[in-house]
Design a protein around this ligand. Structure first.
Ligand SMILES: [Zn+2]
Length: 220
């Protein structure tokens, strides 16, 4: 990039951050920040004690890119990585769309992004909020930059989950271990929680739509 272009862009970013607050992540003092001008991250290992400090930094320097860790550290500014001492991490779901006939795997089209958006809304409204009791204010969605979106969960109750617990959560979302026999023996209704309710609602809908079709068929 030409120096003149860079000067123009950073001065516009500075002006923007003088007037606007960035979206502050929770527990800012425990996250590592990185900033970029030429690249996405030119330097990192930065820590901010509070939201105001980050805003001041952005308004003074006008970086083109800002990143922060999904992990929480005792000492985010420390190096090497192990001395940061990890305390927990946001839950992050990476929703990507693949196998589109309209383009190669690096980019996405409107249709792909639409599909990805629907998957994001489905994950949030059908699973994260009702099944896990996560509140809307603790959920963030970011465009991942090419093929989809990242869904971040900042709910304190889930930050300390280890790798096995996170894998268990993914299994749950995929319906792994669902026992159709047990479901058939249960008294599940549309009001039942999680998968039982989901499947009961699905069956009810199917029955209702086939009942409507049968009625129509009878009429003509
Ligand atoms: Zn596509």
């Amino acid at each position: 990039m030409q120096q003149k272009e860079m000067e123009f862009l950073t001065s516009e970013c500075k002006k923007f951050y003088e007037k606007h607050d960035p979206l502050y992540p929770k527990l800012i003092e425990k996250r590592e920040f990185g900033f970029g001008f030429e690249k996405k991250i030119d330097f990192r290992h930065k820590r901010f004690g509070e939201n105001r400090e980050l805003k001041e930094y952005l308004a003074t320097n006008g970086p083109l890119y800002v990143s922060y860790s999904v992990a929480y550290y005792t000492a985010p500014e420390a190096r090497p990585m192990v001395s940061k001492n990890i305390e927990g991490s946001d839950l992050v779901f990476d929703i990507d769309v693949h196998d589109c006939k309209l383009h190669d795997d690096k980019f996405s089209c409107d249709e792909c992004l639409e599909r990805a958006k629907n998957m994001v809304m489905h994950l949030i409204e059908e699973y994260l909020m009702p099944d896990f009791g996560i509140s809307k204010k603790d959920i963030w969605v970011n465009f991942s930059g090419n093929r989809g979106y990242h869904v971040h969960v900042e709910d304190e109750r889930y930050l300390n989950m280890n790798r096995d617990m996170r894998a268990e959560m993914i299994d749950f979302l995929n319906g792994v271990g669902f026992d159709a026999g047990e479901f058939a023996q249960s008294n599940a209704t549309s009001e039942s929680p999680a998968w039982y309710g989901r499947i009961a609602r699905c069956i009810t809908q199917k029955l209702e739509s086939s009942a409507i079709r049968t009625k129509k068929a009878n009429r003509y």
